[in-house]
Design a binder for this molecule. Sequence first.
Ligand code: CUA
Length: 179
Amino acid sequence: MSAILPPPQRIWWKQPVDKVEILWIVIAFVWCMIMFFMMPYWHLYGKQNLSSETYKVRPELFAQATQAMVDKYTVRTETDLKVPVVAPPAGSDVYLIARLWDWWPILELEAGKTYRLNLSSMDYQHGFSLQPENINIQVLPGYQHVVNVTPNRTGTYHIVCNEFCGIGHHKMASRLYVK
Ligand code: CUA
């Protein structure tokens, strides 16, 4: 039988289903169920899919809040571009801007302390990816994603953009310090 010609048996849906086909349907169904229940399971017990709150925000207001944090808590600047390194107090709202093509500013957090990490984009869709922890959060313009984070290990983490956002996408990388 071909898919182009009509089936020789016109009433094909009344024919018994082959055992092999039933077996494949069962396998596919079981696998679907496993995948389906892995989603809530991984959300609750995995460490990478964090619960986030999302609010609508105008990019200029988010930029203002970020600038206010930078003005108050900058401890030094880094690289030729004089990117501010900001060490906000524990428990506070910390802001990170995603834009074509950088993350701004650099955050310096304390291990064992909890912060409300606010993420938003000034322009395109970007992807916040924290390495090597492999925490991934979509960053969209017009929306403010808020995630409670408690860094548990000190060191330098890398932030890369994992959503293709144009010609400078591969350069959209930054770092996050935990001390
Ligand atoms: Cu931002 Cu890719």
